[in-house]
Each structure stands twice: as C-alpha cells, then as structure tokens.
Design a protein. Sequence first.
Length: 216
Amino acid sequence: MKKIITISREFGCGGRVIGQAVAKELGYDFYDKEIIDLSAKESGLSADFIAKNEQSISSGWLYNLLLGSSYADAHMGSHTHAHSAQPAVLPLADQVFNAQRRTILSLAKKGPCVIVGRCADYILSTSNEIDQSELLDVFIYADMDDKIQRAVACYDIPEKDAKKVIQQRNKRRANHYNMFTEHVWGERTNYDLLVNSSVLGLDGTAQFIAQFARQA
C-alpha cells in the first residue's frame, strides 16, 4: 500500500480533480494550492509572492547548490562577498522552490497524502527522509480535445485560444521542472504510473490510481 502519492499533470487533464478524488477514496490528506499558504507560513514569504513566482525559471542556483556544483560560485562569486560578512541572497525563484521543498517534505512525513505538482515527485524520491517503498509517482496526461474542453469549461479560456494556452502552460511547467530537478518532465522512466485520463474519465482514472496504490 502506497502512502504518499505525487501527481504530476498536464494542464487541462483534470489532475487536481483526480488527485482530490484519489485522496478521498483512500482517506488521505490532499495538498495542491494549500502548499502555497503553508510555504508562506514556513518561510515568511507572502502567499501572493509564492503564487506569482512558484513556476518562475529565472534561476536554478539553489538546485545547483544542492547538487554541489560550481554554478553558484560562477554566478554569485561565493556564499559571501569578499569584503562583506553578509551572505549572498538566493534569487527569488530559488527562495520559492526552497520554501515549497521544505513544506512538501514536512507534509509527506506527517502521514498518508496526495500531493499535486510542484516537483514533489523529485523532491520526495531523492530524499533520504522518506521511505521510498511508500511513494507512488504518477503522471497524468490527456488527449488534446479533452484538454481543450476542460480549459474552456473550467478556466473560461476562449476556445480559439485554448490549444495555444495549454501548450504554453505545459511548456512553463516543463521548463520549471527541468530547471530545478535532474529529471525531464513527463519522461516515463521518472514515474511509477502514467495515465491518460481521456481513457477512463476523471472518476475512472481516480479509481484506477487508488486501486493501483492499494495493490502496489
């Protein structure tokens, strides 16, 4: 039985709705946009600031620092200025990522949960604080026609613009993920389960994931 489920998803595939249904079916806590408020409380950053900057790719300094690469030194000089005792300040995008990273790890350690987006799959799968046998990483995608219908119905996006908006949103998600992790967004080898929500529908997909989590 998997106790921590991460859901990565294409825009318009119904990932949030599916995640909520999976959590309800299994009796797990559910976290998506709630992570913004929790990260704000934990970090001292404002919730509005995090919401506006959580998918910024203005920097990958923190990611490279965590890997121990020379990227930080090349771009920041060092952790402190040569003639100052003040530490270098992390770029805004990195501050947001770091706040959400700490929050996601804390939530996963609290108990069974479903976490949507925010590089949670990578954060948890590379952490020695998490029992990897309890982790299930899922990627949800859908046919373009279905994504367009959801974009129009759920997000009030004009139908003539929907396909372009979907492609832009997914590109932004991919860029953010690829910048802050060692993985490629949507690459099948990075997930335990990939599901096309167009095949079973949102409810059917949620039931499928929940059953998979029970048996895995």
